[in-house]
Design a binder for this molecule. Sequence first.
Ligand code: ADQ
Length: 482
Amino acid sequence: MSRLVVISNRMPLGDNPSGGLVVALRDTMEEQGGLWVGIAQGDEADQSGAPQSPVPRLQDHPGLSFDRKCLTVPPELYDDYYLGYSNSVLWPLCHGRTDLIDLQQRYRKAYIEVNRRLAKAVALYLKPDDRIWVHDYHLFPLADALREEGVLNPIGFFLHIPFPSAANVGALTHVGELAKWLAAYDLVGLQTNRDVASCLEVFRTLPGAQMLMDGSIRYRDRMVDLKSFPIGIEAKAFGQMAARTCGQSTLADDDSKLVIGADRLDYSKGLPQRFLAFDHLLETRDEWRGRINYLQIASPTREDVQAYREIREELEQLSGAINGRFSDIGYTPLQYLHRTVDRNRLAGLYRNAKVGLVIPLADGMNLVAKEYVAAQDPADPGVLVLSGFAGAAEQLGEHALIANPYDSHQMAECIHKALSMPLTERQERHAALLENVLSEDVAWWANSFLKALRDKAMDEDFLQLLAQLREGQSPLKPVEAS
Ligand code: ADQ
C-alpha cells in the first residue's frame, strides 16, 4: 500500500500525544505507518546546525511508530503566518466575523512564504506513490506550492472550520487565488453539506470555473472533487473513559443539576450568549435558583490576538455580574474556569452533567457535542442542547434540542426543557444520538476520506490511460528480451 503523508500546522509532539484530531490521525498512522509533517516556530540555524539553505530542512522527531518531521519557521515570520493571516484573516472570515478581519499585506506574504517553504522541504521527502493529506486553513496554498515543485501525487485537503460564504469571501480581495489554491488539490473535504454548498457557490461566481455533473469542479486546467466528511471522535473509548472517571468528577450535591460547557475561549463559540441565556433562565424561572450549576470551562487560546483578549474580559465581567445577582450562601450558580482540564476529568464531568450546552455562533463540527453524547450513561442520560450553527447539527440536530444563540429567551427555555425532560424521552433521544456518534466515529471519517482520495487517484489513472489509448499510444510497456 502507498504511504500516507499527513501535513498539518500542529503535529503530535511528545511520546504520548493527545487531542481529538491528533489522536484520530495517530491511530490511522500507526495502522498504516507513514510520515506526519508539522510546523513549529524557532530559530532555523539552531535547529539544523547550518546556515539557512535555499531549501529549508525538516527536523526529525523520532519516538513513535511513524515518522514525524517538522519545519522550523523564525518567530516573526511564524507570527505573521499564524497569528496574522491564519487567525486574524482566515479564521474570522470563515466564522462570519468579517468585522474582525485585520488584512495586512505582510500577513499574506508570510502565509504564502511559509507554505512555499513547507512545500520545498516536503517535496524532497516524497515518493512517487505517496498519498498526501493536508489539514486546515493554515495550509490552503500547500498543494499549489507542491505542484510548483513538480509534485504529481494525489493530494487531499480537509478543512476543519466552516467554508466562508460567497457573500463574505470577497473580503479576501484575492478570491481567485483561494480558488486556485483549492483546485490544486484532487479532493477537498469539508465538514458539512452546507460547507460544500458554500464552496460550490464561491466557484460558481468565478470566471473560468465549471461545475460538472458529478459535483466536481474544473477550474482553469485542474479538476477537484468536493465532498463532506463530518469528523467524528473515538466515541467508544471516550464513553469508557467517562464511565471510569465520573466518580471522581462530581462537583455539587446530588440534587443539584449540572449544566456544562467546554470550549476554547474563542469568539466563535458563543460564550457571552450562553452566559446571558443562563442569566435569563435564573431570572424568568426562579424554581431553578439554588438548584442548578452551570460549569463553563474555557481553555486559553491565541491570547496575542486582540479579539481574544476582549472576549476574555467580557466573560469575566458577565460571570461576575451573574454570580453577584444570583449567588447565595453556599450557592454559586456559575463556575467559569479559564483553563484546560485533563481529558479524563472532562469526560467524567460530561457524564455527570444533566445538560451539555454547545452553542457556537459558527463551528466547523464541534467535537464537544459528540463527546458529551458518548460520555452519557445510557440508562440515565443528559440532554444535548446544540446550536444550529454547529456543523454537528447536520448529524445530531434531529435528536438534540436545537437552540438559537442569538435568542436568550429561546435558549433559556431549551435549558429548562432539557432539565425537566422525562427519563424515557431522554433515553430515546440519547440512543439515537449515540448510534450516530458510534457509527460515524473518527476511524469512519479518516477511512471515508482516504478511500475517496484513492478512488479519485484511480479515476485519474484511468482517464490518463484512456487518453493514451485515444492518442494511439500503448499504455503497456514493451517486454524486454531477456
Ligand atoms: P476546535 O475549534 O478546537 O476545533 P472542537 O471541535 O470543539 O473545537 O474541539 C475542541 C476539543 O478540545 C474537544 O476535544 C474538547 O474536549 C477539548 N476541549 C475544549 N475545551 C477544553 C478545556 N477547557 N480543557 C480541555 N479540553 C478542552 C476545530 C474546529 C471544530 C472541529 C474540530 C475538529 O473549530 O469545528 O470540530 O476542529 O475538526
